[in-house]
Design a protein around this ligand. Structure first.
Ligand SMILES: [Zn+2]
Length: 247
């Protein structure tokens, strides 16, 4: 009897493990069947949804019923935090921490990201892919973001992260035919003046260096067959300071 119970328990355990493994794999019908995505959702309360709607209203001038987006751009980042947990913790709260006063002053919504890639290349999904996250000024409503753990000075991203970003770009571009652009966060301001740039506050800009041209060149060369575009060409300094407000 005890033996049978053990068998049943181990069978149940195996089934649970298999279910977990299947859940960690790509969505059914994914165009990238080889990709493994681990769901590690951050808390996303109704309060966070409302804060997101308020951000969309305040920054983009849009009154929306929900926070779903139609993705057109993939934006790659690094967290500049050396560990997975330290990076993950930056995204768990609804509101932005007080020590990020420059960001808090222009919106209570915390930063967020759809994907976080660990140093070993493991891809974590932190929230639904097409819910808006705050990760790139001006373009949040049109983009899906990918953060990479690390990127602190002197410690570049790993080969495993590069390979994971390439797989993820292929997965996203295949799943969402509306995606036409692939950019690094450091390139985001080149969209100012483009119809996809929605930010209304002309004084709200941050200087970004992540993930850097070398990483972007490596990703782009590996996915050249997808024909994703980079950002619009850089304009002369000062030429686009108020361009976004007209769109
Ligand atoms: Zn970034």
């Amino acid at each position: 009897m005890a033996y049978n119970i053990r068998i049943r328990r181990s069978t149940a355990l195996l089934a649970a493990l298999l279910a977990g493994a299947l859940a960690a794999c790509a969505h059914p019908g994914s165009p990238s069947p080889g990709i493994v995505i681990v769901d590690r959702p951050v808390p996303f309360s109704q309060n966070r949804v409302e804060l997101t709607r308020a951000y969309i209203r305040e920054h983009y001038g849009l009154e929306v019923a929900d926070i779903r987006i139609v993705p057109k751009i993939i934006v790659l980042h690094w967290t500049a935090v050396a560990t997975f947990q330290g990076s993950y913790n930056a995204f768990i709260h609804d509101t932005i921490p007080g020590d990020r006063a420059n960001l808090a002053a222009v919106g209570a919504l915390n930063v967020g990201i759809q994907f976080l890639v660990d140093r070993d290349g493991t891809i974590y999904r932190l929230m639904p892919e097409t819910w808006m996250a705050r990760h790139v000024i001006g373009l949040n409503y049109n983009s899906i973001g990918v953060e990479n753990v690390g990127g602190t000075r002197g410690a570049d991203l790993t080969e495993a992260q590069l390979a994971a970003n390439i797989r993820l770009v292929r997965y996203l571009a295949g799943k969402y035919p509306t995606i036409h652009y692939l950019i690094g966060h450091h390139e985001y301001r080149q969209f100012e003046g483009d119809p996809l740039w929605l930010e209304r506050n002309t004084g709200y800009r941050t200087g970004k260096t992540d993930p850097g041209p070398a990483f972007m060149t490596a990703v782009r060369s590996a996915v050249a067959d997808l024909h994703l575009e980079g950002p619009p060409p850089a304009r002369p300094a000062g030429a686009a300071t108020d361009g976004g407000a007209r769109h």
